[in-house]
Design a binder for this molecule. Sequence first.
Ligand code: HEC
Ligand code: HEC
Ligand code: HEC
Length: 149
Amino acid sequence: MRYLSYILALAALAVSPLMAEDKIELPPFHHIVGVKPSDAIKVPNKFKLGDKGELICATCHGLKDIDKTPIDEVDKEAADFLVGGHYRNLTGLCYQCHDEQKTQRENIHILLDEHGEIKKKQCTYCHEEVPDRDKKLSIAELKLRLPME
Ligand code: HEC
Ligand code: HEC
Ligand code: HEC
């Protein structure tokens, strides 16, 4: 709930010059709007930005007046609901602007580096300390962060 109000507050702040009259409510966990892309973001030409170079509804949505349409009446099946059409995976849209490499979450189950050495940092996602692999350890000694199940 706190996160939601944070987002709404952010959105309200960000879009207020854009739509002084119609106070819109973005869906929970919706993408931020009203910000100018930093250097980390590359926005392809097909995504139109606002007059000040900021993210507006039409940057990502092709639907006319989406900002004046009640959320439950927005046609998410429409071909131009998202600019560029239907994406097989939604991340296909995200990576148009966000760097795919830099936004990957590390796979914590990959425990060996390119030289076949163990990546000790990975162990501590699940163990409080890196277990000694040469000893026979009891479950308690493994110091798992969460119960086994
Ligand atoms: C950076 C891209 C981006 C911008 C800018 C953007 N949206 Fe969205 N919007 C999305 C994505 C992605 C979804 C989620 C699609 C999904 O989950 O299938 C979405 C979903 C929605 C939905 C449907 C929510 C639902 O769950 O039914 C509405 C309504 C919406 N946006 C309105 C807006 C409005 C109004 C603005 C401008 C104030 C805006 N969006 C700006 C990317 C954006
Ligand atoms: C049109 C370009 C564009 C698209 C498409 C886009 N983003 Fe963004 N996104 C931005 C910009 C601009 C920012 C602001 C941060 C910056 O400029 O570095 C941002 C910020 C974010 C943030 C940080 C928000 C915060 O509160 O700090 C997240 C998380 C994010 N985007 C996720 C996504 C996801 C997930 C998708 C796909 C569903 C997506 N973005 C699609 C342009 C885009
Ligand atoms: C994704 C979670 C996770 C990660 C990451 C992880 N472990 Fe474990 N580890 C476990 C669990 C769960 C067990 C208990 C397995 C069991 O008893 O069947 C375990 C057991 C062990 C054991 C005891 C094995 C045995 O047969 O008695 C050792 C030693 C160990 N881990 C070392 C490591 C080391 C070293 C790393 C990092 C390279 C690591 N673990 C990373 C979850 C993890």
